[in-house]
Design a protein around this ligand. Structure first.
Ligand SMILES: [Fe+2]
Length: 239
C-alpha cells in the first residue's frame, strides 16, 4: 500500500551544501526516490550553525545550490516540488537573534530546530518558547525521537505541548524495531506534527518516508497520514 501526497519537511537534498548530498546527481536521485515513495513536496533543510556561518552567507550558498538543482530538475519529469528551509541548531540567545524568519520552512513561520544532546531544562525550553513569544515563529523540534532516552519522555512531551512547541519525527522512528511501537503510539496520541526523511544521500540515508507510511497504513489506516498532510499545509499557506 502506498500513500501519496505527503511532504518531506526535513531533507538534506541541496548539493554540496552541508553533510548531505555530494552532487547534483545524488540530489536528483533523492528527489526521484521521494516521488517513487509518494512524496509530492520536499523542503530542503540544510544545517545552519550560527557559530560558523552568517545568515547572509548561508542564504547565498543555499540560493546557489538551489539554482544548480532546479536547473537539473528541469531535465526530469518525475520530480516533487522543491521548497527551501533550514535545520537550525539551537544556540543560547537564539530567541534574540534576528533572521529566524528567513530560515523558517518555506518562510512559513515554522522553524525546524535541532536541539542539543543535553537534558532539556526549563531554562532551555523557556528560550525555545521565547522564539514564538518574541517572533511569532513556531519551533518544530527536529527528529525528537533521538532525544527521548535523555529524559522522562512523557513529561517533556507534555511540556512541549503545553508550550505549543511542535514535533518532527524521522521516518526511521517507525522503521527501527526498537522504536516502532513508540512511534505508532505517539502518532495515535497526536503528538507527532511533521514527518521527515532527514535523507542525506542515496546510501545509508536515502529517503524512506514511503516505508514508514506503509507501516502506518497497515497499523492505523490513512487517518494519521491525512492529519500529517493537513499539518504540512500550514507550511504552504499563502503568506
Ligand atoms: Fe537533519
Amino acid at each position: 500500500m502506498k500513500y501519496t501526497g505527503l511532504t518531506d519537511v526535513h531533507c538534506h537534498v541541496l548539493p554540496n551544501m552541508d553533510d548531505g548530498s555530494r552532487s547534483v546527481e545524488e540530489s536528483i536521485g533523492i528527489l526521484k526516490t521521494e516521488t517513487a515513495q509518494g512524496i509530492t513536496r520536499v523542503i530542503a533543510t540544510p544545517h545552519f550553525y550560527a557559530d560558523r556561518d552568517t545568515l547572509q552567507c548561508f542564504i547565498a550558498r543555499r540560493h546557489e545550490a538551489e539554482l544548480v538543482l532546479r536547473q537539473e530538475m528541469t531535465l526530469h519529469s518525475d520530480m516533487p516540488e522543491l521548497f527551501l528551509g533550514a535545520e537550525v541548531l539551537f544556540f543560547h540567545g537564539i530567541s534574540n537573534w534576528e533572521g529566524l524568519e528567513e530560515l523558517t520552512l518555506n518562510k512559513s513561520g515554522y522553524l525546524l530546530l535541532e536541539m542539543p544532546f543535553v537534558e532539556w531544562t526549563d531554562v532551555l525550553l523557556d528560550e525555545v518558547e521565547e522564539i514564538s513569544v518574541k517572533h511569532g515563529i513556531t519551533p518544530v523540534l527536529a527528529h525528537v525521537e533521538r532525544y527521548l532516552y535523555l529524559f522522562n519522555a512523557k513529561r517533556v512531551l507534555d511540556d512541549l505541548r503545553r508550550r505549543s512547541i511542535m514535533i518532527q519525527c524521522n521516518a526511521d522512528f517507525f522503521l527501527q524495531r526498537n522504536t516502532a511501537r513508540t512511534a505508532l503510539k505517539y502518532l495515535r496520541e497526536n503528538r507527532i506534527h511533521f514527518m521527515g526523511s532527514d535523507s542525506h544521500n542515496m546510501g545509508r540515508r536515502k529517503p524512506n518516508i514511503g516505508d514508514a507510511t506503509e507501516i502506518i497504513l497497515a497499523k492505523q489506516g490513512s487517518a494519521p497520514l491525512e492529519r500529517l498532510s493537513q499539518m504540512a499545509e500550514f507550511l504552504f499557506d499563502e503568506q
